[in-house]
Design a protein around this ligand. Sequence first.
Ligand SMILES: Nc1ncnc2c1ncn2[C@@H]1O[C@H](COP(=O)(O)OP(=O)(O)O)[C@@H](O)[C@H]1O
Ligand SMILES: N[C@@H](CCOP(=O)(O)O)C(=O)O
Length: 294
Amino acid sequence: MITVRAPATSANLGSGFDVFGAALDRPADVVRVEKAHRTTIDVTGYGAEFIPEDPDRNTVGAVAEALDAPAHIRIDKGIRPSSGLGSSGASAAAAALALNELYDRGLSRRDLVPIAGKGEATVSGDVHLDNVAPALLGGFTVATDRDVTVVDADIPLVACLPEIAVSTRDARDVVPAGATMEQLIYTVGRAATLTTGMCRDDPRLVGKGMHDRLVTPARADLIAGYDGVREAALSAGATGVTVSGAGPGVLAACYPEDRQDIAAAMVDGFEDAGVDARAYQTEIGRGATLYPDE
Ligand SMILES: Nc1ncnc2c1ncn2[C@@H]1O[C@H](COP(=O)(O)OP(=O)(O)O)[C@@H](O)[C@H]1O
Ligand SMILES: N[C@@H](CCOP(=O)(O)O)C(=O)O
């Protein structure tokens, strides 16, 4: 049996829609695989009741098919589905790494990114690699149509998850179809600022670069209490706040000494809007971990 732990990820980081992603130190999914004649899936853990075990509808099914690697796949969810924390992508990334090892396919982690992306596409409607790339490779990732660049950044983060669900497929429908030149210039400036901050391990620049006037405002409307939570996090010291992935998770960048206060302020902010929430005090972390022959 092969076991893989794949981390939660936060995609977009405001200014990098469908391109930027970051591996979070926690939470994570754990996937175990054993060879079988046909693929079967068992799901347990956080939000398991909302996740199909049919291989055609679970992100790991498409991965097993792409690798021609039928298996009994057990998924222990540490990442709630429809969270904006890359829950569906984490399972797909973990399955890709585990099945590659189980069947000795010899593919690199980079080779596995588009294969895990096929799993993501089954639930979100189209391929976006900004969750599976950091889940496999770790760090801050820039995923383009050509390749993936990785920066092993050291940035403290808070990911706050409210008890509401937003499906990535639905949240992609509210993304504006086009942008003005002014919006384009603004976004490029912020994205470059964020990337510079990641390369310098500078939470101030990362936070500044998380601001976005295009995709995030449309999605914020789907998250009850978002504006209050954002203000509360900034008042508690966050250097930047944005929607995590497609939401409803909210991501804050910060200095380490402010992380605890920001986490409490974000949970209180959701509570003020009548929404229960939990906050993960985390940081940019490593990619999926393989535990062979357990
Ligand atoms: N292995 C899986 N883990 C999580 N969600 C899955 C999985 N397989 C299929 N899904 C479905 O994908 C959807 C959640 O994915 P998505 O909307 O992209 O949110 P998230 O941000 O949590 O990845 C839910 O409808 C869920 O049932
Ligand atoms: N770029 C995608 C990322 C979706 O992330 P998720 O964690 O919500 O699945 C998008 O913004 O649609």
